[in-house]
Design a protein around this ligand. Structure first.
Ligand code: ZN
Length: 153
């Protein structure tokens, strides 16, 4: 696992037209995996009516993935462009963002303990705690990256 600070996914130089035609709210949170740091969202498929595409964000590295036709052929579609914004709007990230540094540390440790407890006792992890643990780690990395950014002269 990389320890490099992740502020945001670098914006591509040329955004696809689809970015202007869609909004982050069209990406619906699906689930997360606290062991990989990946959060997944879905969006209605443009090419396969009635089905949904899954777009994911690696909250540790900032890498994005999608199973849509555009991504599979090497293109960039609005899904991957908006997935960071969709994650930033998730309730767990909003909760973490509102905390002081000390409260953020306690929030992350609390949900980390709960994740570990559930894993040991029932062999799986509660979604509520897992997504809040990832949100706490994300917010911590955001703050660390900002703190490491030199001030402009
Ligand atoms: Zn896609």
């Amino acid at each position: 696992m990389s320890t490099a600070p992740v502020a945001t996914v670098p914006a591509p130089r040329t955004l696809p037209k689809s970015v202007a035609l869609h909004r982050p709210a069209e990406l619906v949170y699906a689930d997360c995996d606290e062991t990989t740091g990946i959060v997944a969202f879905t969006a209605a498929s443009h090419h396969r009516p009635g089905q949904r595409n899954t777009v994911s964000l690696d909250t540790y590295t900032g890498a994005t993935f999608c199973d849509c036709k555009a991504s599979q052929t090497g293109g960039l579609y609005w899904h991957r462009c908006w997935v960071v914004a969709a994650w930033q709007k998730h309730q767990a990230v909003a909760e973490a963002r509102a905390l002081t540094n000390g409260a953020l540390l306690r929030f992350g440790m609390k949900h980390g303990r709960l994740v570990e407890t559930y894993r040991q006792r029932i062999g799986r992890v509660g979604e509520y705690d897992a997504v809040r643990l990832l949100a706490a780690r994300w917010e911590y990395r955001q703050r660390r990256a900002i703190a490491a950014t030199p001030l402009a002269a």
